[in-house]
Design a binder for this molecule. Structure first.
Ligand code: ADP
Ligand code: MG
Length: 458
């Protein structure tokens, strides 16, 4: 029995990983054990490694737990109890007596097909418009999603949101669902990831439930399909979906898609489906700017009851590349580390926690940033650096620039040469070596270079 519960927990981890990413799973869920299931009271008992994890998971991921464990245990109203491991041990007998006949995969599929009714499910209540930070990278997508939630089926139909991973597409789809929950209680909203749609469709064929499958989608007012690129090369699914789309569209039902690319660029998708996807409004989400990243970090911290000092927010936003999911993972690691080790949340601690995972890379810092800092320090201009001037001060500033470009950005001699208009790469090589040597020989000079380096990195 316990093995089966472990299996269910593993399956839960798998699902959650897809939804919130492996960092969150590693940090919060991996160390929890699923101890027992009481099928009469529909209660699942979880044992967290400590109180901190329990509190965090309760305040941040309760909905996620209810949603997916509810599905895995095949119930719509699941109770979740956290117990210490000794309690779990003592009560194990009862547990086993009451345990569900854990669902075999086949049975689970069958019931999930038969259980097609809870149309309002699957919406993650943390992903709201309120918790979505608007920046120049996503304002259009945000506005379009909001408009769609206000006037379903009337404005932009279908709405198609595309963009790279971790940039808020899924969040926006759920936000539409959440908003409708508040404002339009009767609207039947279904969020479905495309890969689940595919699995559901396959299950429907296997168990001869196509009829129910089609009925389920016929009765929806708002259909939110996430990651439609998963339909790629699934011809039969595409065919089935095409009809569902047409029937909803013709009855003015709202359809919203997300995808990692523009419809036309999704490979292995039938042309007629592509043209449907392109027939409404297409908006993109792009990488956030530094300011937006900082605002997101602050908002996320606030939502979990933490106050994030400005310097840490700035540091985290500048070292983590623009994937918001990773940004969130970094924040969680920092706050978890501080809480678990009972230490104050300081910049130093944040640097320590993030040091191993994130190195500044070219995407965050560029040649101009380096040139700017060097010019400030040596009282020169970018034009001086690129000029032929051999004045002592300018030459030194130029060499320092070359050194930092190599050292901080890992740029190639060619790239550095091109930027500073030096055709001969050996000049660059010579400069880098010279500065290295000067650092070794002169303490003060070394401190100056370190100062510039840390301004760049922090
Ligand atoms: P995608 O579906 O584009 O891969 P998600 O919607 O899953 O990305 O977003 C990844 C994480 O980043 C989620 O936790 C989400 O809440 C968060 N996120 C993304 N964009 C924003 C934003 N603008 N404001 C607040 N949180 C955001
Ligand atoms: Mg997504």
């Amino acid at each position: 029995m316990l093995d089966k519960l472990t299996g269910i927990w593993a399956e839960f981890l798998d699902i959650v990983k897809k939804e919130v990413g492996s960092r969150i799973v590693d940090t919060w869920f991996k160390a929890i054990t699923l101890n027992k299931w009481d099928s009469i009271s529909k209660t699942v008992y979880l044992t967290p490694p400590n109180k901190f994890v329990k509190d965090w998971v309760c305040s941040n991921y309760k909905d996620l737990l209810s949603l997916h464990l509810g599905r895995l245990f095949n119930t719509q109203s699941i109770n979740i109890e956290f117990v210490s491991s000794d309690v779990a041990q003592q009560t194990n007998d009862i547990v086993l007596a009451n345990s569900p006949q854990p669902l075999s995969i086949e049975k689970k599929r069958r019931t999930s097909i038969a259980n097609l009714s809870p149309i309002r499910g699957c919406i993650n209540s943390n992903y709201t418009f309120d918790s979505f930070v608007i920046g120049p990278n996503n304002s259009l997508a945000h506005a379009a999603a909001l408009a769609v939630a206000d006037k379903i089926g009337q404005l932009y139909n279908p709405l198609f949101v595309y963009g790279g991973p971790g940039l808020g597409k899924t969040h926006l789809l759920h936000a539409i669902g959440n908003k409708l929950r508040e404002t339009n209680g009767r609207a039947k909203v279904l969020y479905q990831s495309a890969d689940r749609f595919v699995n559901e469709f396959i299950g429907a064929i296997r168990f001869d439930k196509l009829h129910q499958f089609k009925d389920k989608y016929k009765n929806i007012d708002v259909l939110l399909i996430d990651d439609i690129q998963f339909f790629s090369k699934k011809d039969q699914t595409q065919e089935a979906f095409f009809h569902i789309f047409n029937s909803l569209y013709e009855s003015d039902k709202q359809i919203v898609f997300s995808s990692d690319t523009y419809p036309r660029d999704i490979e292995g998708l039938a042309d007629r489906l592509k043209s449907r996807l392109e027939s409404g409004l297409i908006v993109d989400v792009q990488k956030p700017t530094l300011e937006t990243k900082i605002a997101i970090l602050k908002r996320k911290a606030e939502l979990s009851g933490e106050v994030l000092p400005d310097d840490i927010a700035y540091y985290t936003a500048s070292v983590i590349d623009s994937n918001i999911r990773e940004l969130e993972g970094a924040l969680i690691r920092i706050t978890a580390f501080a809480n678990l080790t009972n230490r104050e949340l300081t910049l130093e601690l944040a640097q320590k926690v993030l040091n191993n995972v994130s190195r500044p890379s070219k995407t965050k810092l560029d040649f101009d940033d380096i040139a700017k800092i060097v010019c400030k320090s040596y009282g020169t201009t970018l034009k001086d650096l690129k000029s032929k001037s051999r004045s002592k001060n300018i030459s030194l500033a130029r060499q320092v620039t070359m050194f930092l470009m190599k050292d901080v950005l890992g740029a190639s001699l060619r790239e550095i040469g091109e930027f500073l208009k030096r055709k001969d790469h050996s000049t660059v090589l010579y400069s880098v070596d010279r500065i290295k040597e000067m650092c070794e020989l002169e303490v003060e000079f070394d401190a100056k270079i370190k100062g510039m380096r840390s301004q760049l990195i922090n």
